[in-house]
Design a protein around this ligand. Structure first.
Ligand code: G
Ligand code: G
Ligand code: MN
Ligand code: NA
Length: 258
């Protein structure tokens, strides 16, 4: 399969790069942190989005090489910004299920961050709800280990993975990322869809009651922003604020303290 061969080569040829999407405070639009999103700069096909190669990396096992590359790129980005006087901003990196359950993951991540001189407080990992469901016991153990090392953890695609509520209570994550499919149903119509509203309120309330930060994904409209604020969700990312951007385009925003 050509794309698999290409991806193998891409990892050797440094064709993977990161874009970053801001997470903002919905109350004042202030930039709080960034999510790193991988891109593949293919020599003939141009810039390939992660939806087209992350699943391939996962099914071929190449994710175990790609993951460390992505994390080093994130650390390098923080180091470079610091060296040039850009105000510090936390970066969240996505972890696949295969990485999450890899032996020695937490130690490796801590060693890499330390080798770059980056404090764990500037790094966060996003793990999907469905990944944690593969083995609840092991997920609890590795998340606990990562938290003990000082990293923050977000539960990604929350609401789509059937995690049981009792188990959520045992998983020491910092935040829930509310899957964008729920918010997609909130639009400008006067008659808001009752089902979608009920689910969103339940998810936000759950996070609030467990003392977790709530991060809404996929905010595209002012109506969605207002809905979230009215229902105690004050952090979000989405095209309404900013698309994922290359580092050089983000830098002015970080310097401006937005
Ligand atoms: O940008 P896009 O919608 O195509 O992203 C698709 C998926 O790819 C998202 O679920 C995102 O979490 C995932 N993704 C993006 N970058 C990375 C990465 O560096 N590692 C992993 N494991 N997943 C990523
Ligand atoms: O699964 P994960 O949350 O890691 O995926 C993040 C993906 O969501 C990225 O690929 C990003 O491009 C995409 N995304 C971010 N904001 C929006 C948005 O407002 N609308 C839509 N449709 N996708 C978004
Ligand atoms: Mn994510
Ligand atoms: Na998500």
């Amino acid at each position: 399969f050509q794309l698999e061969q290409d991806l193998r080569l891409a990892l050797e040829r440094d064709e993977i790069l990161l874009h970053f999407q801001p997470r903002v405070d919905l109350r004042d639009g202030r930039l709080l942190s960034l999510e790193a999103l991988a891109r593949w700069q293919h020599p003939e096909r141009g810039l390939i989005p992660p939806g087209r190669f992350i699943p391939l990396a996962e099914s071929t096992g190449l994710i175990l090489q790609l993951g460390p590359i992505v994390f080093e790129l994130a650390c390098r980005r923080l180091l470079d910004w610091r060296a040039r006087g850009v105000p510090p901003v936390p970066i969240a990196v996505n972890l696949s299920a295969n990485e999450l359950f890899q032996d020695g993951l937490a130690r490796r991540l801590a060693d890499t961050a330390e080798s770059f001189g980056i404090a764990p407080e500037l790094l966060e990992f996003e793990i999907t709800e469905s990944a944690t469901m593969r083995s609840i016991e092991r997920a609890v153990a590795v998340v606990t280990e990562l938290r003990d090392l000082g990293f923050a953890i977000a539960l990604d695609d929350f609401g789509t993975g059937y995690a049981s509520l009792s188990y959520l209570n045992r998983l020491p994550v910092n935040s829930l990322k509310i899957d964008r499919s729920f918010l997609a149903e909130i639009d400008e119509r006067p008659e808001l869809p009752r089902q979608a509203i009920a689910i969103l309120k339940a998810i936000i309330g759950l996070g609030e009651n467990l003392g977790l930060e709530r991060i809404a994904e996929g905010v595209e409209t002012e109506a969605q922003r207002r809905f979230l604020l009215a229902h105690h969700c004050t952090v979000a990312q989405g095209y309404y604020y900013c698309r994922p951007l290359p580092a050089d385009q983000l830098e002015p925003l970080l310097r401006a303290g937005q």
